[in-house]
Design a protein around this ligand. Structure first.
Ligand SMILES: Cc1cc2nc3c(=O)[nH]c(=O)nc-3n(C[C@H](O)[C@H](O)[C@H](O)COP(=O)(O)OP(=O)(O)OC[C@H]3O[C@@H](n4cnc5c(N)ncnc54)[C@H](O)[C@@H]3O)c2cc1C
Length: 403
């Protein structure tokens, strides 16, 4: 059973009405696929399966978007905190390529949704700022390995907003961008509802997922029988599918501030190997990271903002915008799902035939979620196969050393 985690509001959750009502299912139901967890991963899986003609039942302990999806920075980056250079070194080129490919597929999926609904998608590009020479070397190596459209910048060529603030170099991906995460989730749910094949049940945690046949998903009040089940509960995946594979909950904290005059942050920015990140949302600056300052206290699914991370975020903001003054308006946190090797799990759950898993995007589920969900649906529908690096049954780091 899901732990009693504390999931208060966020910058995004405070800006729009809830994306569903707490209306739990009761009694016995039959469906083609039961999807457990209505964040970006579960919603995209539900949409893909409904478009493939399946009747889908989507369940969540709360309402959609109360997990990490309603709490993130909305960066849509093709690569994670570790770029192609670092992933290639640690896990092999094939894994690095599969992750980047997932990011490119996400961009395409989001651009298609953005053509029909305002999801806040802005293809402004992204900038990664190196905090030291070793990171600058890695950014240059990523640019060399990937080639176009990536561009590097030396210290003297950095945008004015970042010159003289301790950064050594930068890497720009001009095709990355940003979204409003809840607007995106809302658009995915609307598209799934429009198929006429989506049923929803929100408010009761799922307590068991049995492989069957048939697959059975249970809550305190309902029993959903299905041909297949998909677990997309991210940080809480092991409560329904005991590990291994292990997904560990890790807190990420953010703040929003009014800064006057507004900094010239023209694109989402990542610094210090993705440990720190910031962007503008209209005339509001949002900034997150500094997790390592908190050490073990951030290994939690308690989504409340707390010291020592919050003061460290304020100090970072002050350093980035000085001499401008910043006034913090909102603080929040969310729970990410981390895997042992930093690569998400997507595929059939180990030892099961009808239960599938998509979880553990390691803090990059906006950039990878929609693309990975599309690939998972392809695999479930027999239209394609997932890269082996995503297999939940893999040995952690099994890809290391492959060229
Ligand atoms: C502060 C912060 C900043 C981030 N910034 C970025 C960013 O800029 N770019 C990026 O790409 N990623 C970012 N991320 C990561 C990103 O938010 C996640 O990777 C992504 O949202 C994960 O989506 P998900 O659908 O897998 O999980 P979630 O959104 O966490 O959804 C899981 C759902 O499962 C439900 N659930 C759990 N247990 C049960 C149960 N037993 N029964 C039923 N339902 C259950 C939960 O209620 C929840 O709705 C950030 C994360 C945080 C916290």
């Amino acid at each position: 059973v899901r732990k009693e985690s504390v999931e208060p509001g966020s910058f995004w959750l405070g800006r729009r009405p809830p994306l569903g009502s707490p209306a739990p299912l009761a009694g016995r139901h039959e469906t083609d696929v039961a999807v457990v967890g209505a964040g970006i991963a579960g919603a995209c899986v539900a949409l893909g399966l409904a478009r493939a003609g399946r009747r889908v039942t989507l369940l969540d302990a709360a309402v959609p978007g109360r997990g990490a999806t309603g709490r993130n920075a909305g960066f849509l980056l093709a690569e994670g905190a570790e770029g192609t250079a670092e992933v290639s070194r640690a896990l092999g080129r094939a894994t690095a390529a599969a992750l980047r490919e997932t990011g490119l597929r996400t961009r395409a999926e989001v651009a298609a949704l953005a053509a029909k609904a305002d999801v806040g998608w802005r293809a402004k590009g992204s900038i990664r700022l190196a905090g030291d020479e070793a990171e600058a070397d890695d950014l240059a190596e990523t640019a060399r390995l990937v080639g176009k459209p990536l561009e590097t910048m030396g210290r003297d060529a950095l945008p004015a907003a970042y010159r003289g603030r301790g950064f050594h170099a930068a890497l720009v991906d001009p095709l990355d961008g940003e979204v409003d995460p809840l607007a995106l989730l809302s658009a995915v749910l609307a598209a799934a509802r429009a198929t006429g094949r989506l049923s929803e049940g929100y408010g009761d945690p799922v307590t068991a997922v049995e492989d069957g046949p048939p697959a059975v998903v249970r809550t305190a009040r309902a029993e959903v029988r299905a041909e297949r089940a998909v677990v997309t509960t991210n940080a809480w995946a092991n409560e329904l599918i005991p590990g291994p594979p292990a997904v560990r909950p890790v807190r990420a904290q953010m703040l929003a501030a009014r800064v006057s005059p507004l900094p010239a942050w023209d694109r989402p920015a990542y610094a210090n190997r993705g440990a720190d990140y910031w962007r503008l949302v209209g005339d509001v600056a949002i900034l997150g990271g500094k997790r390592l300052v908190g050490g073990d206290t951030e290994e939690t699914d308690d989504a409340r903002p707390a010291a020592p991370v919050q003061p460290a975020l304020e100090a970072l903001l002050a350093r980035l915008v000085r001499p401008a003054r910043a006034e913090v308006t909102t603080r929040w946190a969310g729970t990410m799902g981390f895997t042992p090797d930093g690569v998400p799990f997507a595929g059939r759950a180990p030892g099961r035939s009808r239960t599938w898993l998509l979880a553990g995007c390691n803090g990059h589920g906006m950039g990878w979620g929609a693309g990975l969900a599309a690939a998972l649906v392809d695999a479930m529908e027999g239209r394609g196969s997932l890269a082996p690096c995503f297999d939940p049954a893999r040995r952690a780091g099994a890809g290391a050393g492959t060229a």
